[in-house]
Design a protein around this ligand. Structure first.
Ligand code: NAG
Ligand code: NAG
Ligand code: NAG
Ligand code: NAG
Ligand code: NAG
Ligand code: NAG
Ligand code: NAG
Ligand code: NAG
Ligand code: NAG
Ligand code: NAG
Length: 858
């Protein structure tokens, strides 16, 4: 038989052996769904406005119908007789042979008795699942009745959520066209889930609490069998989570010392009592209207600039609810202060949010409404941003400054990876690059230290980085002579005991578990990984920029030398060897994500690709009232390659480097929006600003920058490795700015600055509070101003005359260059530089500080 015939026959036999699964159709006016006969779980879900797209993985459902594989419609919980100590667990996915009995089925509802699927439970609890039409949406409800004669405590109650986030065996195009992302807002009664397409376009799914007993308390990862055809908890399949209404038993049994997002609760059912919990599945037209749809059912919170509050910033929180607000409390107590600042539109109430000077890190606002609803908004408090940046610079160049010149791998002097738990260098790891100053996991720290100098230079830190470039980079990490001059190695550290006989490799690591993973010298010295070039290039570029603003800062090389190093390093990545073979890989397909694709597409006037890229970022970067998910680009596997070995697992990461990097194209695209004060445009600004602020949260109270935060409820901690934090900080530095916007509902607001209205509301005065205070955008006239030295003290914008002034302060000997652009041509207001007599230099204007620059528009 020909190969294709064998394959066909195999497929046919496979098909014959499958149990025939009938499906139960269930449609409402907005949703077309299909349940699996037998278990009655969700198999397919489409929006009635676009039936070509299935949110559920119906095409691979047959691979996922085994024991322990979860679907939407399953139920998992813990319970015990009230007063006893032992929790029992129950789970409708545990044994698929024991299917529930569909007791009634009509066009508008499907009711199942779950007793058969939960054999151990039925003596005490009667559980019914009801799928039904709720005003055109789909409702999923569970009624739990205490049928025994003793009180029962429900210690955890989770509704598993499964949608098509399975990328296994799909091509990139198929994945983009067929798959979705699921993101939570763990906000109790106002909590919700959003399910968005990878394309970032088309309808999104919104999942809200069905009633006031269905609060979103926790988001629990579901363990499933891994040795299955599609895999589970792997790079192509992140896995599934449960929406937890109660979580006390999980907190007691599984979460150890972790501090949950919300206080864990349980529910007690007296004999004869029952409880109904559930979810409402609705459709939003697109990502920009998710909050509007959510607002039809529960309160909505919008933070500006987001949910990261530096000590010197007055942030805003706007709450939309028909109910009055009874009280807002902070936890830890007094960590945040919320002061009413007015009402907006029909239902919005505004608050100024300020952090206490001694508060740091996680903080929560608990908001209670008159009808009893309870919402939580999750914040992160940081030091004032310049302080954060200077602490980071100091930590990197002191604690992480490695000077042992007897190191057989030649890594000193350098800014090297750090283990925050041990408070020590990471000099060994079987993922060699982490200890080898290359790859993101090993280069991250010197990259961050370099980027810091580009915006906030410090002469002693620069002295160390220049020494590192001279001694550890040029000639060691980077080849400095011969045909391969400028090539960058994959790691200085390697595992090859024969070559370093006196060196003691740490037996803590298994160096041979996966032959080839712990690189030997040859593997470590390969030069074909393009991304490694970025780090070295950025380090040199940053030193050039520092030297450009102040010639007294550099001691070892002139600034032009660093610029040439940066340029030649990047140039090498696109070079070919004498046979015409490219020297490095992947340089031509975009490195690591979307920002390169966007910028190059724009450069080559490929607006379709640029637009696709922005749409994709909209798909995977949500805006929700939680510092961890707001602007957080979906990432879940770099704990394996750059994090601590102790927690090296596939796990959704909070503020890994996708946040800082993906924010760059998002913000650039925002500034080019034809109407940057429209709600749709401001949506992008919120997402982009959230992503840009993310990297500030990684920096701890002493200045250590962690690679990402572990989001599983059993951890909820920063990774202890510095790892690949560097690219995130690079994104932060390149994207940090203050924005002044007239919001259609909230009026004048600033993203990243403190704003005051003067002259009877006609003059907006903004003091930047972003980390670098060198860039400002005036949305009303699409004016973008940047300086490379000094800081913007304040900026004014006259709403009547459209005149803008930018007041810049800084060292007298700094040589600041100002550049400006009107990002969109507005025929009704063409911006002109009004300040006369400025010397033109480096595509901009040279400034003597302090300086006041003004622009007019007419
Ligand atoms: C995935 O593709 C591989 C290779 O084509 C095939 O062997 C395997 O059966 C497929 N698995 C699933 C779950 O589709
Ligand atoms: C420096 O490195 C060498 C070689 O690994 C080692 O023997 C020595 O103990 C190190 N010195 C210090 C102070 O750590
Ligand atoms: C980091 O330090 C802690 C504390 O010494 C230690 O338990 C842990 O194993 C270290 N991690 C690694 C990967 O070395
Ligand atoms: C590294 O060592 C750890 C600890 O022995 C082991 O669990 C892990 O699988 C090893 N990883 C690699 C990539 O070799
Ligand atoms: C390292 O892993 C390999 C492969 O699993 C195993 O054979 C070996 O015993 C392990 N070594 C140690 C020291 O655990
Ligand atoms: C880099 O070069 C090595 C050695 O030639 C080769 O095995 C490897 O596949 C290359 N890497 C990539 C990503 O092509
Ligand atoms: C290198 O070779 C590729 C084809 O493999 C070609 O497209 C490219 O232009 C060459 N680059 C340079 C810098 O010559
Ligand atoms: C893109 O378009 C602009 C404006 O028409 C033009 O000036 C520029 O040269 C184009 N860029 C490329 C790479 O074609
Ligand atoms: C960008 O993509 C969106 C969504 O598909 C589409 O509505 C819009 O017209 C596109 N814009 C441009 C400029 O191509
Ligand atoms: C202040 O502004 C309000 C509303 O724009 C206007 O009615 C009022 O006359 C203004 N007062 C002065 C003193 O200009």
């Amino acid at each position: 038989m020909a190969h294709w015939q064998v394959q066909w026959l195999a497929a046919f036999l496979f098909y014959l052996c499958q149990p025939v699964l009938a499906h139960i159709p269930l449609s409402t006016s907005h949703i077309i769904a299909e349940l699996t006969d037998g278990s009655g779980v969700l198999r397919s879900l489409k929006a009635s406005t676009d039936i070509s797209f299935d949110f559920s993985p119906s095409d691979v459902f047959h691979f996922r119908n085994g024991d322990g594989q979860y679907h939407t419609g399953d139920l998992t919980f813990h319970y015990r007789t009230a007063g006893s100590l032992q929790w029992h667990s129950a789970d409708t996915a545990a044994c698929r042979a024991q299917s529930p009995i569909v007791s009634s089925q009509s066009a508008g509802s499907v009711v199942s008795n779950l007793a058969q699927a939960l054999p151990d439970v039925r003596a005490s609890l009667q559980i019914t699942r009801i799928w039904s039409d709720r005003d055109g949406d789909l409702a999923l409800a569970f009624t739990i009745e205490n049928s025994g004669n003793e009180a029962i405590e429900i210690g955890s109650l989770g509704m598993p959520i499964e949608f098509n986030n399975i990328f296994t065996n799909r091509t990139a195009t198929e994945t983009t066209e067929q798959c979705v992302f699921v993101d939570p807002y763990i906000g109790l009664d106002a909590g919700y889930l959003q399910v968005t397409r990878l394309t970032g376009t088309g309808p999104s799914l919104v999942i809200t609490p069905l009633n006031s007993y269905s609060k979103f308390e926790a988001w629990q990862f579901l363990t499933e069998p891994e040795d299955v055809p599609l895999g589970y908890q792997i790079q192509t399949y992140e896995g599934n989570y449960a929406y937890q209404v109660h979580s006390l038993a999980l907190a007691e049994k599984e979460w150890g010392d972790a501090e949950p997002w919300n206080s864990p609760t349980s529910a007690v059912l007296e004999a004869g009592e029952s409880l109904t919990v559930g979810l409402r599945l609705s459709v939003a037209l697109g990502v920009q209207t998710i909050e509007e749809r959510v607002g039809e059912f529960v309160p909505v919170a919008v933070g500006i600039p987001g949910y990261v509050v530096p000590h010197d910033l007055t942030a805003k929180l706007f709450l939309k609810s028909k109910q009055s607000i009874e009280c807002i409390t902070a936890s830890p107590k007094h960590s945040l202060h919320a002061t009413s600042c007015g009402t907006y539109g029909d239902d919005w109430q505004g608050f100024d949010i300020v952090a206490s000077a001694n508060a740091f890190g996680r903080a929560r606002l608990d908001i209670r409404y008159a009808d009893g609803l309870h919402q939580t908004v999750h914040y992160w408090i940081t030091h004032s941003s310049p302080k954060t940046i200077s602490e980071l610079g100091s930590f990197l160049t002191h604690e992480q400054w490695y000077t042992n010149t007897s190191d057989p791998f030649g890594r000193a002097p350098s800014v090297i990876t750090y283990n925050r738990t041990a408070d020590d260098y990471v000099l060994q790891d079987n993922r060699t690059w982490i200890a080898g100053l290359s790859d993101e996991g090993g280069a991250g720290s010197f990259l961050a230290a370099g980027m810091k100098q580009s915006v906030s230079p410090d002469i002693s830190e620069i002295a160390k980085l220049e020494e590192m470039v001279e001694k550890a980079v040029w000639g060691r990490l980077q080849i400095s002579a011969g045909d391969e001059i400028y090539a960058v190695r994959k790691s200085l550290f390697y595992y090859e005991p024969e070559l370093v006989p006196k060196y003691q490799y740490d037996p803590y690591f298994n160096w041979t578990i996966n032959p080839g993973e712990s690189w030997n010298k040859n593997a470590a010295y390969l030069i074909n990984r393009t991304y490694d070039y970025v780090h070295v290039s950025a380090l040199c570029w940053a030193l050039y920029r520092a030297g450009r603003t102040n010639p007294t800062l550099l001691a070892r090389q002139p600034k032009e030398w660093y610029l040439a190093q940066a340029y030649n390093t990047v140039k090498y990545t696109v070079s070919n060897d004498s046979d015409g073979t490219p020297q490095t890989c992947y340089w031509n397909v975009g490195l690591m994500g979307e920002e390169g694709v966007y910028y190059w597409a724009r450069y080559f006037n490929d607006s379709i690709t640029a637009n696709k890229t922005i749409n994709a970022i909209r798909g995977y970067s949500p805006t929700v009232p939680h510092w961890g998910w707001h602007g957080n680009a979906r990432r879940y596997w770099d704990f394996l390659y750059a994090g601590s070995i102790d927690l090296a697992r596939i796990e959704r990461q909070i503020h890994h480097y996708g946040s800082g990097l993906n924010a760059l194209p998002m913000l650039d695209s925002y500034r080019r929006h034809p109407d940057p004060q429209s709600l749709d445009a401001i949506y992008d600004l919120r997402v982009g600003y959230g992503g840009n602020q993310g990297p500030l949260t990684n920096i701890d109270e002493d200045g250590f920058g962690s690679m990402a935060f572990h989001s599983y409820p059993d951890t909820l901690e920063w990774d202890t490795y510095s790892g690949d934090y560097g690219p995130n900080f690079l994104g932060h530095v390149l994207g940090a700015a203050t924005y002044l916007v007239e919001h259609p509902i909230f009026g004048w607001v600033s993203f990243g600055g403190n704003i005051k209205l003067e002259n009877n509301g006609t003059l907006g005065r903004v003091e930047p509070r972003d980390a670098i205070r060198k860039r400002i955008f005036i949305a009303a006239i699409s004016l973008w101003v940047e300086i490379d030295a000094g800081t913007i003290d304040y900026c004014t914008f006259n709403t009547k005359t459209l005149e803008t002034t930018v007041n810049i302060v800084g060292d007298r000997d700094a040589q600041a260059i100002m550049t400006w652009e009107q990002t969109v041509c507005i025929t009704k207001a063409e911006v002109k530089l009004a300040t006369k007599g400025l010397e033109q230099r480096l595509n901009g204007y040279a400034l003597r500080l302090p300086a006041t620059i003004s622009f007019t528009a007419n």
